[in-house]
Design a protein around this ligand. Structure first.
Ligand SMILES: [Zn+2]
Ligand SMILES: [Zn+2]
Length: 306
């Protein structure tokens, strides 16, 4: 049997991991489907292949819905839109980062938790510009082309972050409102070690909102959750993990220290309006120093041996 790169999450919903981030495809009617998120830049070919296997060749999605606009969720968009010129929907508060108006608040390499955090200063913070393709989601909680689904505004990780919920089987596409891997740790990410966790620490500029969003999702009592990072989680493991996370958010999810812990980035429909001052990152400076010393040592040895 052919090895598939994607898995079925629930009836009519499939997910695929692109390096370390997930995208989802949702069948919405016979011959119709919607793409949720667009993964990394390198993922376009894989996404097109998955769509062809599931829905046939030349069956574009009815729309693309974005949980949010971080680089790892919109990377393949431009290439996909060249093949499928369809409407993209995002929350109005996410539009500045999708229309070239504003970059996201910078990632916080001082938030701790591992190498993914320490090197987060190199991650792109946008904005991308897909004006002409992107449209605002409406306030009424409906999702275009997905009549069985509700759109839940879950800000904190990003201002216009949304999660998608199908009440019929209590299936949640959570985006990065919470994830199922310790996304700050490179080793955990490589191993895709399951661990229900708060939103990625290095890329979350409003912790109060993030905590409220997790409570909002917990109150929906989801039975299966497909997150932006990490494997699908369901049943008691989900109920227990999400309950613990919501009840002990500060302890389990928030960095001990970090740029946005005491004061959030302030944003509005025009994008970022205020940033708390950057913090001195001792861990990062030490890491760069050690890596540089190793590189210089290697170079000197190479020259000597000539
Ligand atoms: Zn994100
Ligand atoms: Zn993400």
């Amino acid at each position: 049997m052919e090895n598939k790169t994607y898995t079925q999450v629930a009836p009519g919903v499939w997910g695929m991991k692109i390096v370390f981030v997930n995208i989802y495809m949702v069948a919405t009617a016979p011959g119709e489907w919607v793409l949720v998120d667009a993964g990394l830049k390198t993922g376009a070919e894989k996404i097109i292949k998955m769509a062809e296997e599931l829905f046939g060749t030349d069956v574009p999605p009815s729309a693309i819905i974005l949980t949010h606009g971080h680089f790892d969720h919109v990377g393949a968009l431009k290439e996909l839109l060249a093949k499928w010129p369809v409407k993209v929907y995002a929350h109005p508060l996410e539009l500045p980062y999708l229309t070239g108006l504003s970059a996201y608040p910078p990632p916080d390499p001082t938030a701790g938790g591992g190498l993914m955090t320490a090197f987060s200063f190199i991650y792109p913070k946008g904005p991308i510009n897909i004006s002409g393709h992107v449209h605002p989601l409406t306030k009424d909680g409906t999702v275009p082309h997905m009549p069985e689904w509700d759109c839940i505004h879950t800000p904190g990780h990003s201002p216009g972050h949304v999660s998608l919920f199908r009440p019929e089987d209590k299936l949640l596409i959570a985006g990065d409102a919470f994830v199922n891997v310790k996304s700050e740790s490179l080793l955990a990410v490589i191993a895709q070690k399951k661990e229900l966790s708060g939103p990625p620490k290095y890329f979350t500029p409003n912790w109060l909102s993030a905590a409220m969003s997790v409570k909002k999702l917990r109150d929906l009592k989801p039975e299966i959750a497909a997150t932006g990072h990490g494997p699908v989680i369901q049943g008691d493991e989900l109920t227990q993990g999400l309950g613990d996370l919501a009840n002990n958010f500060q302890e389990l999810a928030m960095p001990d220290n970090g740029r946005y812990v005491h004061e959030p980035a302030k944003t509005n429909r025009k994008g970022v309006q205020y940033l708390p001052p950057a913090r001195f990152n001792t861990a990062l400076i030490c890491t760069v120093f050690v890596l540089s010393a190793v590189a210089v040592f290697g170079l000197v040895n190479k020259i000597k041996s000539r």
